[in-house]
Structure formats: structure tokens, C-alpha cells
Design a protein. Structure first.
Length: 214
């Protein structure tokens, strides 16, 4: 085989190898986990109507090969999330959506304690090389302005500290619309979850791009 022929043969092999690697990367199923409370878990809703299930459906409709595992536990606080973060999010997870703090605010837990717990959750995932999309929550009005002033900035501060993709408010578009909530006036109904997914989807897509999943 002459030099030119050998060189051409080598280039063809490299090109095929690169193409195959790209195809395999695209074919690999992206593994995401939603770590949160009842808002993530889908309180009083069928499993197929939870945020994670509907998010997975929406991402697949966009051509993303993904599984979004629901690791939401109703009633969980940031402390509860910290206690189970390691075993709820297995090694090999491509990204985790962290949504915790709503129950902290409802119970009047010190915002300093909430921030400390969320910081520990995020740093733990960082040590395991699992990217984090941080989802913010806002304190309910009945907690007062002082509490809100201490609680609400937690998420932006942590996102800046760890250079995270941030979705500022999980209940955006739902919290003020009674028709999108259950009778308890707190949790989203199926239509409410649809709104949550629609609003969060661009940020989740941005997150997936940052972890090289698309």
C-alpha cells in the first residue's frame, strides 16, 4: 500500500471512529434525578402526572434520550433531603435537580439552617461529580417580610457560589392561580404540573447542555 493510500485509509478509519463515538454518545440514555419534596414527588397525583414524569415526557418530545427518576418525598425538609441525598441519587447519575426548602419555610425553620443543609447537599454532589440544577422556592407571605428577606435569597446565593444553573421559583405561573392547585391551595394539580414543566423546560434544556447531554 502506497503512502497516499495508507494515509487515506487512516483518515477514513478516524472519521468512522469519530462518527461512531458521536452516535454512541447520542444513543446513551441520560440519567437525571429529581431530589425534592411533595412538589417534586407529585402529592396526591398519579405517578404519571408527577413533575419528573411529565418533564421526562417533554424532554423526549424534544428528542432528548433521558430518564428522569423521581426522588421526591412528601414532607421532606432540607435536612431530610441531606440525610438521604447520597443513596437517593446513585453514582453514575448525569445530573440532579435539587428542589428543597418549601417545608422549611412552612415550618419556620431558620433560613440559615436551610442554607447550610442545601450547601451540604450541593457540595456532596460536587464531590461526586454530579452536576446540580438548583430550584428555588419562595417563603409563603404568612411568614412575614423579615423571614422572606432572609429565606428567598438563599438559592441565588448558592447558585452563584457553586456556579449552578438556577430555576428561581418552582411554582412560577401556578402559585397565584387556584385553578392550577389542589383543594389544599398549596400543591399543583395535573394542569399545574403541566405549567411548571412548560416554564422550567428551557432551563432544564440549558442544564442538559452544560453537562454535555445534548
Amino acid at each position: 500500500m502506497g503512502f497516499k493510500a495508507a494515509a487515506f485509509h487512516f483518515i477514513v478509519i478516524c472519521a468512522v471512529s469519530i462518527f461512531a463515538s458521536g452516535a454512541n454518545a447520542q444513543d446513551r440514555t441520560l440519567q437525571l434525578v429529581g431530589l425534592g419534596d411533595s412538589l417534586m414527588a407529585g402529592y396526591q397525583l398519579p405517578p404519571t402526572d408527577s413533575f419528573t414524569a411529565k418533564l421526562e415526557e417533554a424532554l423526549k418530545a424534544k428528542g432528548v434520550n433521558v430518564i428522569v427518576t423521581n426522588a421526591g418525598v412528601s414532607g421532606d425538609t432540607s435536612a431530610g433531603g441531606l440525610a438521604r441525598a447520597e443513596w437517593s441519587v446513585p453514582d453514575g447519575t448525569d445530573g440532579v435537580i435539587v428542589e428543597l426548602g418549601a417545608n422549611d419555610a412552612l415550618r419556620g425553620i431558620s433560613p440559615d439552617e436551610t442554607e447550610k443543609n442545601l450547601d451540604a447537599i450541593i457540595s456532596g454532589f460536587k464531590k461526586r461529580n454530579i452536576p446540580v440544577l438548583l430550584v428555588g422556592i419562595m417563603a409563603p407571605p404568612n411568614m412575614g417580610d423579615d423571614y422572606a428577606a432572609r429565606f428567598n435569597p438563599i438559592y441565588k446565593r448558592l447558585a452563584d457560589k457553586y456556579d449552578l444553573v438556577l430555576y428561581p421559583f418552582f411554582l412560577e405561573g401556578v402559585v397565584l392561580d387556584a385553578s392550577l392547585k389542589l383543594e389544599d391551595g398549596m400543591h399543583p394539580n395535573t394542569e399545574g404540573v403541566d405549567v411548571m414543566v412548560k416554564n422550567a423546560l428551557p432551563v432544564v434544556e440549558e442544564f442538559i447542555k452544560t453537562i454535555g447531554g445534548q
